[in-house]
Design a protein around this ligand. Sequence first.
Ligand code: COA
Length: 344
Amino acid sequence: MTTPLRDVLPQQARSARLVGLGSWLPPRQVTNAELCARLDTSDEWIRTRIGIATRHVADPATATSDMAVEAGMRAMKSAGVEHVDAVVLATATPDHPVPGTAPAVAHRLGLGHVPAFDVGAGCSGFVYATTVASALIRAGTARSILVVGAETMSAIVDPADRTTAPIFGDGAGAVVLREARAGEPGTFGPVAWGSAGEHAAAICIPEGGSRRPSHAGDAPRGYVHMEGNLVLRHAVRQMAHAVRDAAAAAGWDLRDIDRLIVHQANARISAGVADALGLPAERVPSNITDVGNTSAASIPLLLASAAAEGRLTAGQRVMVAAFGAGFTWAATTLVWPADLRPLT
Ligand code: COA
């Protein structure tokens, strides 16, 4: 047993390092052609306005915890560990409103009675969850944490709504964070994050919560409602701001950013953020064409696919930025570590 860093280093000299990365996508793919057969839309509209060709969709028997366990297992294997001190799950689509989904994930991963909880921050959820996990590690509360982003968006998207059905997909990604010396490759830098609750209705499931319980009177639908164009405009502006703030806090010039990992909401959003920051397209990896918007799973899925394809390599300065329901947003930095082997 090594000595915990909390016993040998002051808090400001400690950080959380990315040591494992895994992802899982349900095998079934739904192409634009399949959507066009039942919706008033076209392959061309979806490709040009959103940038998606196909998305993965879970079968009805698969819930968020099932995908979270798959991704979590791979992340732990990638890290070469069989145990972590805690599990944090970012999701907007928990298995049930009560209880949280993370304890079931921890149980099924064989982690015993470790602390486990969900973080709900929409599509920013994974960056929020890594921020919370990093802070717990810096504080010495835990030495290693599994952070998962997992979503079954198909459970909350109205299949007859052409403004949401083409956008979203299902999947899960996960990382293992472990205590490390601040400044080591793979450690997360300062976060720039925030929220704008005045826009809560812009991405919202109106029914099924305490405001309008699902047992109340008229037939509840429980589908997500979205004011897409408002979301799009705020997403570009807020992620660009957050990236500038995170870069400044880390002491990075924007030109130093080798890779911008943007939440995969819409290819036009990613391009808009890159443009606003003056970053060329080749520094902005993307997987939206094949997976769609997977909400809190989006960032770890992109990290895993970009690393597996060799688009994230040792020593690169990586900026991560997300935006989602709430509104919420978050951006943070890391230098890509040399010894990370993603399992996809
Ligand atoms: N197929 C064809 N036409 C469609 C369509 C579809 N699937 N969905 C909407 N349209 C139509 C609209 O009805 C509208 O028609 P009108 O001009 O006759 O009224 C037109 O296309 C433009 O709609 P608008 O909503 O202004 O388009 P947009 O450029 O904003 O693109 C989204 C719509 C949803 C693709 C885009 O706003 C978006 O991606 N927003 C962010 C969504 C997101 O990822 N949110 C999750 C959290 S980040």
